[in-house]
Design a protein around this ligand. Structure first.
Ligand SMILES: [Zn+2]
Length: 313
């Protein structure tokens, strides 16, 4: 089996020690790098028993943390272990607001007080519907004057004194083309809407210097928009939460391996990383890989917490 080059695949405790040492000795997350890098902060789903943090990814550019994609439970501990500095984060992106993708956001915001963050923080995520808040509603629901953490409302109140403000943005892509954001001169973000059962959700593509990573997020029906978004990506991170023969409820929320394989093949991605692993999929990697191989012949890897990837060597 061809595999993606992962810089580190040791178990989380070992990795944490190494990452902490590197954070101290190397002065940053990827002090040896010159381009876009990915570190998996959470490779699991919502279960407490999977020994994984929930969905979260750290993107770094030129050795400096830049983007946090999803903030699932447990990810803040792994962020700390990565050696990254939250003051360096240029934006937080959300795929959607299920607990396993979003619950650690308050931990980062409170911690930023102690790290001395002093520049505004954009938070990009989907629009809402009757079941789920929009990104603006989610952030207001946490930190607004009526929010559950209203004691931190200075981060949203324009007239309040705070070292920085949260800048939530509801991302609503058009059906026929991706929503694009120029995050900095070096980084472009693109998003498309993807179905995740009845919930609004986004897939994201992050590009810098000719390097591109696409995150499917949670989706049960990859369509032309996601295929176009992922087209030619150096790395597709797909959420592998259900086995091929899952029940209708699970298949109503997530792609089985066959759909992941078809997506990777049709989009012509160079490599595939399977994340959002759950007990119903761990232990059956051989079956998953066989099903994906019916459609996609490129390198495939199964994500682990804290693993680092160089998608564009
Ligand atoms: Zn999920």
């Amino acid at each position: 089996m061809k595999t993606i080059h992962a810089e580190n695949h040791r178990r989380p405790r070992q990795v944490c020690l190494t990452a902490l040492l590197c954070g101290l000795l190397c002065g940053g997350v990827f002090a040896d790098t010159q381009t876009l890098r990915l570190q998996v902060l959470g490779s699991g789903g919502p279960e407490l028993s999977d020994r994984r943090a929930s969905s979260s990814y750290l993107l770094s550019l030129d050795g400096k943390a830049s983007i946090l994609l999803d903030t699932g439970p447990g990810s803040s501990l792994h962020f700390e272990a990565s050696g990254a500095n939250f003051n360096d984060i240029d934006a937080v992106l959300f795929s959607h607001f299920h607990v396993d993708h979003s619950a650690d956001l308050p931990a980062y915001i409170k911690a930023a007080y102690f790290s001395g963050r002093n520049r505004d923080l954009p938070v990009y995520g989907p629009v809402g519907n009757a079941l789920m808040p929009s990104t603006t509603e989610f952030v207001q629901g946490l930190f607004g004057k009526q929010g559950v953490y209203r004691y931190l409302n200075e981060y949203l109140t324009p007239t309040a004194t705070s070292a920085y403000k949260l800048k939530p943005v509801d991302v609503k892509p058009q059906a026929d083309h991706a929503y694009a954001i120029k995050l900095s001169p070096e980084i472009t973000l693109r998003a498309v809407s993807v179905p995740h059962g009845p919930l609004p959700a986004l897939a994201w593509r992050i590009e810098s210097g000719g390097c591109s990573l696409t995150f499917s997020g949670d989706t049960n029906r990859p369509g032309p928009a996601l295929t176009d978004l992922a087209r030619g990506s150096d790395l597709l991170i797909a959420h592998h939460a259900v086995p091929e023969h899952a029940g209708p409820a699970a298949l109503g929320l997530h792609m089985p391996p066959s759909l992941i394989g078809k997506l990777a093949a049709e989009a012509g991605v160079k490599r595939l990383l399977l994340s959002h692993r759950m007990q119903r999929t761990t232990g059956s990697e051989a079956e998953t890989l066989a099903k994906i191989r019916e459609f996609y012949a490129g390198p495939v890897e199964f994500a682990e917490d804290m693993a680092r990837y160089r998608p564009c060597r």
